[in-house]
Write a new protein. Structure first.
Length: 100
């Protein structure tokens, strides 16, 4: 028991993407981190603009009850980002678009 770390003293419980993000933040100057975040946000906005027509079609085809809840949500952008970053449970996408 003397060699076991407390969970808060270890990163073992974190997903790899979170470990990578933390490593980047601690490794590089704050200004570079800020620029990287801006770049990622811009890329996401561009992706959302590219998918806007398909997003409208998707929303228009949703049941009224889901349209109300999901109004303004960029589901296709969200799905593309999940895929880009290797999210391991893509079953969440149909849960959002089809409901539970």
């Amino acid at each position: 028991a003397g060699t076991v770390q407390h969970p808060m003293d270890s990163t073992d419980h974190l997903e790899q993407v979170t470990k990578d993000a933390l490593s980047f933040i601690f490794r590089y100057p704050a200004e570079l981190v800020k620029l990287e975040r801006r770049k990622n946000l811009l890329q996401s906005k561009l992706l959302a603009a590219k998918l806007a027509a398909d997003e409208k079609k998707l929303h228009d085809g949703l049941p009224t009850s889901l349209q109300k809840v999901l109004k303004g949500k960029n589901l296709l952008t969200w799905k593309a980002l999940l895929e880009k970053y290797g999210y391991d449970d893509m079953d969440v996408v149909p849960l959002m678009t089809d409901g539970v």
